[in-house]
Design a protein around this ligand. Sequence first.
Ligand SMILES: *Cc1c(COP(=O)(O)O)cnc(C)c1O
Length: 465
Amino acid sequence: MKETSLIPSVDRVLKTPALLALADGFGRAAVVQATRETLDGLRLAWREGTTPDVSDVAIARAVEETCHRRSAVSLKPVFNLTGTVLHTNLGRAPLAEAAIDAMAAAARSASNLEYDLARGKRGERDSPIAERLKRLTGAEAALVVNNNAAAVLLLLNTLGQRKEVPVSRGELIEIGGAFRMPDIMARAGCRLVEVGTTNRTHLHDFAEVMGPRTACLLKVHTSNYAVQGFTAEVPEPELAKLAHEHGLPFAVDLGSGTLVDLSRWGLPREPTVTETLAGGADLVTFSGDKLLGGPQAGLIVGRADLIKRLAKNPMKRAMRADKMTLAALDATLALYENPDTLPRTLPALRLLTRPPEDIAAQAERLKDPLELALGDDFVVETTTRKSQIGSGALPVESLESAGLAIRAARSGRGADARLRQLTDRLRAFPRPVIGAVHDGVLRLDLRCLDDEAGFIGQLAELNTS
Ligand SMILES: *Cc1c(COP(=O)(O)O)cnc(C)c1O
């Protein structure tokens, strides 16, 4: 007898009570497909020389597991214990409750997205946010696109297509792989004119390349690195003056722009959008989901005539933000109308300003439950940590923090494998736990641990299987 003949037919399996019940829940089509795949898998396993369990119970369990996996939403909450607060791979800023509510409301029903309720006519989708940004930054006008990379692309394409844009060699940034200033320039149709050197660029370097083909001057905030030592860069007011002498606009890509001076809450200083405008910038671009603490978006503020040109570029239509983004952004910016309460109302700022003593106390509370759940194979210690703001904001500054360090109880052979196994299991939790492994130690920075009870509740998972 051929072994594979022991594997039941799809039709027979589908008639078992367990699969009939699954079909009620997940739909017949999904169950049929999962059953086919399960049986194919068994046949393959057999051909490869193993003896899989082909009982009805085992098959039903496999089909159910597949159906559950397929119906689950793949984007899910995780515990970000990496120590990087605005972590690009983990979704950057957590949104304010007000922003989440606004987003849900916009998603649920029709809205006045592009409808002027006062006049009963078509309206502009960006205009409520533009009004807020004007008030909050002092700019003449504003525009919203999907992210700051799009904002820079739109700006360069509108002002600089078939023209030259001089940029300091010290500012030809790469933000996470795909966003490289020289590449964006090329795609925007501009010719990049590199000016100065990596560490030093002077005003005369810019002055020498100004010509009839120059479109604008651009300063890029070196948000994810710092040039230190023997350095020189041209202050913004001087670049603005040079651009204006030639009748050209001066633009600044701030990256992680902030609307308020963060040093009032003990955070490192970042230039604000208002200061940058006051320093002579005609256009400023920045992200919605970095220090601003809102949804992914690119914001452009500045001179009304230039914003109008950007708005008319057909590319703007391809980059326009959707209603959920606009709802969340509007609600986030509304919180800035009362800046004194921001550390309470804006989660990103709340996490960034958490007192180190609070985080250390949390580490003390979690040490024993974690050690208990991990068993004899691991030791847990409380440690001080240094959190990063993340997303290219203030790369050399860090925030005093605290956390837990987990290492294998016995060093030597197998210790690394055991630790890797542990991090795999933590990532497989219903709400995955993401830490950082270095030199055989798994470090959990607790600055962003908002749901302590949820974290402890999950530790029981370590004792199963
Ligand atoms: C982050 C950043 C960008 C890209 O912004 P996204 O919102 O991630 O698209 C561009 N320029 C600078 C200086 C940045 O820091």
